[in-house]
Design a binder for this molecule. Structure first.
Ligand code: IPE
Ligand code: IPE
Ligand code: MG
Length: 246
């Protein structure tokens, strides 16, 4: 039987795939473990998915790792997630370099604990010359935070006379988002059965294809990722237009 990987048309790959990595806690609880165990296993899925994306030549992979709202979880869970982040970044830097992966981060990084921010910036610097997959971590990220920030910055720049209100267009707004160097996602995957966006990339997903799977994030493997791409490749993206009449 052909695997999903074999079915992918390499000439029509999505350039940018974003993932809402959900269901760590439920996955762990279902097996009688605590939520942290789910987060720990989620790291394996991050590694697998990054590798899977790099293997077939995806250009951008954005992973929603921690939302602005996630700061409202119990302090013990927040601490465990931050620790996991630091540990993982440190351990994975050599592998990222080996696989030519460049790490990037979006979100309100000023809210991260000092050592997490420091390790993150170090890994970003150490992988910055890599030319393969760009792995974008959304950390302390939320779309409303990002758009609010963009509006503040644009307002200030208009006040300073850098441009006028008439100059404000889609492109200018996109340029003021944290994703300014990153193309909009072609495909957004959410694991674990929830069919919502949870404040992720609201502006950027205007014409993104959405894919929801019941699989919890810690159970997500390369074939699940390739299955989502196969599903994406069967879709017809019309961008509001219609088929030309013959
Ligand atoms: C996703 O899994 C990881 C983060 C949001 C940090 P959850 O922790 O949300 O797990 P569930 O959705 O409660 O099962
Ligand atoms: C979204 O998952 C955030 C991340 C995956 C980092 P949540 O579990 O926080 O979202 P809700 O609470 O189900 O909307
Ligand atoms: Mg969740």
């Amino acid at each position: 039987m052909l695997s999903y990987k074999d079915k992918i048309d390499i000439s029509r790959l999505p350039k940018h795939i974003a993932i809402i990595m959900d269901g760590n806690g439920r996955w762990a609880n279902e097996q009688g473990y605590d939520r942290i165990f789910g987060h720990q296993n989620g790291v394996i899925s991050v590694r697998e998915t990054t590798e899977a994306a790099a293997e077939i030549g995806i250009e951008y992979l954005t992973l929603y790792a921690f939302s602005t709202e996630n700061w409202n979880r119990p302090q013990s869970e927040v601490d465990a997630l931050m620790e996991l982040l630091i540990d993982t970044i440190e351990k994975e830097t050599p592998t990222l370099n080996k696989n030519n992966v460049r790490l990037m981060a979006i979100g309100d990084l000023s809210r991260l604990p000092g050592n997490a921010a420091e390790k993150l910036q170090r890994c970003i610097a150490q992988t910055s010359i890599n030319t393969g997959l760009a792995l974008v971590l959304a950390l302390s990220y939320s779309s409303r935070w990002e758009i609010t920030n963009a509006i503040k910055n644009i307002s200030n720049e208009v006040k300073e006379g850098k441009y006028s209100t008439e100059d404000i267009n889609y492109e200018l707004i996109s340029k003021h988002l944290t994703t300014n160097t990153i193309p909009d996602p072609d495909l957004l995957i959410r694991t674990s059965g929830e069919t919502r966006i949870s404040n992720f990339l609201l502006w950027q997903i205007a014409y993104t294809e959405l894919y929801f799977t019941q699989t919890h994030w810690p159970a997500f493997r390369k074939e699940n990722f390739y299955e989502a791409i196969c599903n994406f490749q069967q879709r017809d993206r019309r961008y509001g237009k219609c088929e030309e009449k013959k």
